[in-house]
Ligand binder design. Structure first.
Ligand SMILES: Cc1cc2nc3c(=O)[nH]c(=O)nc-3n(C[C@H](O)[C@H](O)[C@H](O)COP(=O)(O)OP(=O)(O)OC[C@H]3O[C@@H](n4cnc5c(N)ncnc54)[C@H](O)[C@@H]3O)c2cc1C
Length: 572
């Protein structure tokens, strides 16, 4: 239940953050207190029926009328209807609308405008606005949020409702352009920084339910002593669930650090207008958004499948969790589209020779000093637990993919598919580095240090044995070294399963209310909870349909008798 997004969330995630970053000081004084006091509810209206990823293609116009000192907001075509707009179907009283600014017939491209959508006293839709709620979403997801379709019919707003921190239009129609074009992606950065951490928590909940259930559920006897074994004891279950526990932990911990860096940047920006760090933070948050939403969406589904048929019951909660998490690969920028920004930024630094200013790009030194890598001194599985062995593999992996990307770009190939794998490999390296930075700083006396080290090792070895790395490893490692990597991975799985997983799950301390799953209750076993769910099913009370079922059977019997008597001939 708690993973259902609420209509109020766009208010904090994107509406207020845009008011703070994109409004002039005078505008902020008026609007921020209203939003903070919930006198107004806000939404962010960018996507149109015809244009999502291609923001430059937006058709909604904001035409300046110097006579009345107003803008006219208009949707000139059906494809310009704002669509998917969170909270707008029912709740929002105001929207930050992305529209093309037109002054004296000149098109200045997309700018932001604050438009009132509903009457504050009656909630009625304002004249000139046409709004519909979109109805159910795929998998019945995001039930708690209304999403709207919104058309503007020449809606007038005062000139001072153009968000004016950067660009402005003066009363005589003079256009003051933004000092810097990069400011415009500041609000996207905010949301992505938040999403990366939230998705980590979503995955942790799914893993917790699956861990609880697979330890309860017994099938077959592994020992042959007649007692059935918990399915968690099978490698097929452990190797799916435990790496997800480690990955979810990494997502939360590293994304928190990215979010903190962004908050520090924002505080400085609001004081000084200094946006020098924004480009790097943009790279970090786009990468984090793609990496975290991809792992979480598919990870939640993996947890469901690991629980067998009972995972497929709505009572398990996995359906709800999946429906509410998988859409994050699409919103705030489709992952395959925004993933392209990461290689672009990597190449820009590589070509300019500025990669040393960005710690997460240290792997570019592999390409810069393009010498044959020294063979790794791996002699036993424990050598794989050393940081330099791990960084070697992960850096090699991204470097190979960057090299391939450069060749593809040079050859004029469409790289939009391969960019995704490169962004994920970059994410592997960034999250690996970030996780170890945190874990290494835990004082050695802390009781949870051992569990965190084991989880970090599991995270490291699981990403090192993943699909695209397997392609690269044969180039640099001997067969014996590759075999020892598998042994190291096996050993870490055994250690985490036996000594740490339960402690880590307990430490996260999700309540039953938060998990909302029949597979993870303390007062009932999963079987009791599932059976109780079946007993409560509304389909048990469909007696009004019984006569129809009886009649159908009678009809079949009659038809059968007629066929046997030879009275009915098939027309087929
Ligand atoms: C639940 C939900 C909530 C949302 N909330 C809001 C909101 O509050 N406000 C708002 O403004 N918007 C919102 N959106 C819209 C969202 O931001 C867009 O859906 C998203 O940006 C993707 O755009 P699109 O749907 O038009 O996909 P498209 O751009 O049409 O993409 C379709 C396919 O084409 C591929 N593709 C497109 N362009 C390229 C390219 N250049 N290279 C390679 N492949 C490409 C994509 O990978 C994808 O597979 C929401 C969406 C959802 C699902």
């Amino acid at each position: 239940m708690t993973d259902n997004m609420l209509p109020i969330q766009p208010q904090f995630r994107i509406f207020l953050s845009n008011l703070e970053r994109q409004m002039s000081d005078e505008q902020k004084e008026i609007w921020i207190p209203k939003a903070e006091r919930f006198e107004i509810f806000g939404s962010y209206c960018q996507t149109e029926l015809g244009h999502g990823s291609n923001v430059k293609g937006i058709e909604t116009t904001a035409t300046f009328d110097a006579e009345t000192d107003e803008f006219l907001i208009n949707s000139p075509t059906i494809s310009s209807t704002k669509y998917w707009i969170g909270s707008t179907g029912v709740w929002a009283t105001h929207g930050i609308v992305v529209a093309r600014l037109i002054v004296k017939e000149k098109d200045y491209g997309n700018h932001l405008f604050l438009v009132q959508l509903r009457n504050l006293d009656s909630q009625e839709i304002m004249p000139g606005c046409e709004i519909y709620e979109l109805g159910p979403k795929a998998f019945q997801g995001m039930l708690g949020t209304d999403n709207g379709a919104l058309t503007f019919h020449h809606v007038r707003i005062p000139r001072d409702q153009m968000l004016a921190r950067n660009a402005q239009v003066l009363g005589d129609g003079t256009y003051i352009p933004p000092k810097n074009l990069k400011h415009s992606y500041g609000s996207m950065v905010t949301v992505r920084a938040l999403m990366a951490e939230i998705t980590g928590w979503d995955l942790l909940k799914a893993v917790t339910v699956a861990y609880h259930y697979t330890n309860f559920r017994k099938q077959f006897s592994r020992s042959g002593n007649g007692h059935e074994s918990p399915v968690f004891d099978y490698a097929s279950v452990r190797y799916r669930l435990l790496p997800l526990l480690a990955k979810a932990t990494a997502l939360v911990i590293v994304s928190q650090a990215i979010k903190r860096a962004y908050e520090e940047y924002t505080a400085k920006y609001l004081r000084t207008d200094d946006i020098s760090q924004l480009e790097d933070l943009h790279l970090q948050t786009v990468g984090a958004k793609v990496y975290s939403t991809e792992i979480t969406g598919y990870g939640v589904e993996t947890c469901r499948i690991a629980c067998g048929s009972h995972g497929y019951s709505a009572l398990s909660g996995f359906g709800r969790m999946y429906a509410n998490s998988i859409n994050a690969v699409t919103y705030e920028g489709d992952n395959f589209v925004v993933a392209q920004q990461v290689p672009r930024a990597i190449l820009k630094h590589f070509k300019a020779g500025t990669e040393s200013s960005i710690p997460s790009l240290s792997y570019l030194s592999v390409l810069r000093n393009a010498t044959t890598p020294q063979p790794l001194g791996i002699r036993s599985p424990s050598d794989w637990l050393k940081r330099d062995s791990q960084s070697f593999i992960l850096e090699q992996q991204v470097a190979i993919l960057v090299q391939q990307h450069m060749e593809d770009t040079k050859a004029g190939r469409d790289t939009s598919y391969a960019c995704h794998a490169l962004t994920m490999a970059h994410g592997d390296f960034v999250y690996w580095k970030g996780l170890w930075e945190v874990v290494d700083n835990i004082p050695s006396g802390e009781v949870y240090k051992g569990s965190m080290v084991a989880l970090a090792q599991l995270f490291s070895l699981s990403i090192m044995t993943s699909a695209h790395i397997v392609l690269c490893l044969p180039l640099t490692l001997t067969a014996a070294q590759r075999a020892s990597l598998r042994l190291a991975y096996d050993a870490v799985i055994v250690e985490v399963a036996g000594k740490h997983a339960q402690n880590v799950i307990n430490a996260y301390g999700f309540t039953e209310f938060e998990l909302d799953s029949a597979l993870a209750r303390s007062d009932q076993s999963p079987y009791e909870a599932l059976l109780e769910g079946a007993q409560k099913s509304e389909m048990n009370h469909m007696q009004h349909l019984w006569p129809m079922m009886v009649d159908t059977r009678k009809m079949w019997r009659r038809a059968q008798r007629d066929i046997q008597k030879g009275g009915v001939k098939s027309k087929l």
